[in-house]
Design a protein around this ligand. Sequence first.
Ligand code: BES
Ligand code: MN
Ligand code: MN
Length: 464
Amino acid sequence: MQNVQDYISKNKERFLDELIQLLRIPSVSADSAFSQDVIDTSEAVRTALENAGCDTVEICETDGYPIVYGEKIIDPALPTVLVYGHYDVQPADPINLWNSPPFEPAIKKTDKHPEGAIFARGACDDKGQMYMHVKALEFMVKTNQLPCNVKFMIEGEEEVGSNNLAVFVANNHKKLANDIILISDTGMIANDVPSITTGLRGLSYVEVEVTGPNRDLHSGLYGGAVANPINALTKMIASLHDENNHITIPGFYDKVEDLSQEERAEMAKAPFSLDAYQKALNITSVDGEKGYSTNERNSIRPTLDVNGIWGGYTGEGAKTVIASKAYAKISMRLVPNQDWQDITQLFKTHFESIAPKGVTVKVTPHHGGQGYVTPIDTIGYKAASKAYETTFGKKPIPQRSGGSIPIVALFEKELNSKTILMGFGLDSDAIHSPNEHFGVWNYLKGIETIPYFYHHFTKMSNRT
Ligand code: BES
Ligand code: MN
Ligand code: MN
């Protein structure tokens, strides 16, 4: 690959400025107050793909936000890389915890990012990582080094479950036909410990509602004599884990794949400091399922977590009341072979069955998706590994992630192709949290590494 470092150092300021412009548009897909901004962002992505050298770019309308599709087909006999990313972002709340406004990007140095990091909602998840691919394409096209065909599919509803993308993919097998899918929407271990994500967890997300008396009651006049929905809900939730932090839902673990001792030993080789982990989170101890390490707990094991809980009086001061209703939002992270719809059903049946006398329970499923594991004995993985080796000077470590990108399993089912997850973010980049950021070094390293993937993948495909 000629001049990629040169090209980046000459264009670095512009690459940063362009990303900053994109980050200024608050494309929050979850909140309809931002709907025009989400649509404006799709237009900005379209223009960026045109400028980078795609031959055709279209805005594909859906029942929700549009999908931006672009392609450059240089020779149908050559392999085709399909790049997926998302231009929508998580809500910025709570805004008051941001040190600079979430949609006014600022570059600041941090311990982990001595060369500076861009602070903005979406900087890492996923505008910054998606834009690395746009700039890598620009480099390959402008320097006549694009070795194969490329298709881009950038959606605006990843953070709300990708329901319309699933329909689009099912209806467009031909248009989306490819040899490998390439995504940068995950992380790596550290800037000096490159890794490639080889797994994602599945997800089942549900909301529960517990109803007691038909109205809020005086907690003195009725307290002790009727079931309190908040008491009932918290007890029910507490019973979902046993003393070893195993999940108690019958059948929950039935399909969980147990890794061999060899595989676990291999995983344990990844560098990890428990002390640094605890310090970074300001906790004095970690906690989780008995018999598993922290890295196993957050990647190869399934979980159940309350994401939000409410009910009764939460305003200033005190109000003596027994609420009529209590609510919680619960996520279950799943591992390969656990079917998210089956798990959702198991949860519902179990949760309804443990309701104490005097309350009724309603379980409403939100969204979900399957987990994914990518094999490492494929040319896709090997090409990615070689690319990292070239630009990081070290062989990357394969590592499963705890996060979810449900559409990846669907890509495999619908398009019959594997996905390579080349993530350049760090866990400490605070995605979904206040002060999300993305290292300038990471952004540029991604732009540098991606063209090598195209190069090696095309060569290993033996189609020239
Ligand atoms: N990019 C993340 C997922 C991710 C981050 C995977 C880091 C691995 C490492 C994605 O945008 C995301 O937030 N996914 C959601 C699920 C989705 C259905 C809302 C998640 O994991 O909570
Ligand atoms: Mn993402
Ligand atoms: Mn996300």
